[in-house]
Design a protein around this ligand. Sequence first.
Ligand code: HEC
Length: 122
Amino acid sequence: MATLIATTAQAQDGDPARGRTLVANRQQGLCLLCHQAPIPEERFQGNLAPDLAGVGDRYTRSELRQRIMDSSAINPGTIMPSYAKTTGLTRVAPAYRDKPIFTAQQVEDVVAYLTTLRAETK
Ligand code: HEC
C-alpha cells in the first residue's frame, strides 16, 4: 500500500480528456472490453462489468483510484486487472512482468475522467 501511495504522489492532477482517451483505448486500458461507458463513438462495449455511466456519483475520487490501481484488494476474485500493481500477480505475460499497466499519471487521468461521469451527464 505504501508503494502505491508513493507512486501517485509523483503524478500531477489528472486530466479528464486524457483519461477518456485511455478508457476508450482498445490496446492499453481495455476498459470497454468489460464495461460500458458514455463514449458513443466506441462501438461494441462490454457487458461483463457495471456501466461506468454515473460512477462519479457512486464513488469518491480515492475509491475510484483504489479500484483502478488494485481492484483485487476490494474483491480478490475480480476479473478486473490491477492497473498499477506489480506484486502478487499471477498469469502475467512476460512483457508486462514487473511493469504496471498504467503510469501514476495515467491512473490520475482515468480517475479524473471517471469523476466527471455523473448521473446528469448520462
Ligand atoms: C476484464 C474485465 C475488466 C476490465 C478490462 C476492466 N474492468 Fe472495471 N470492473 C470489472 C468488474 C467485473 C467490476 C465489478 C467489480 C468486481 O469485480 O469486484 C469492475 C468494477 C469497476 C469499477 C467500479 C464500478 C461500480 O459501479 O462498482 C470501476 C470504476 C471500474 N471497474 C473501472 C474500470 C476502468 C476505468 C477500466 C479500464 C482502465 C476497467 N475498469 C477495466 C471488470 C473489468
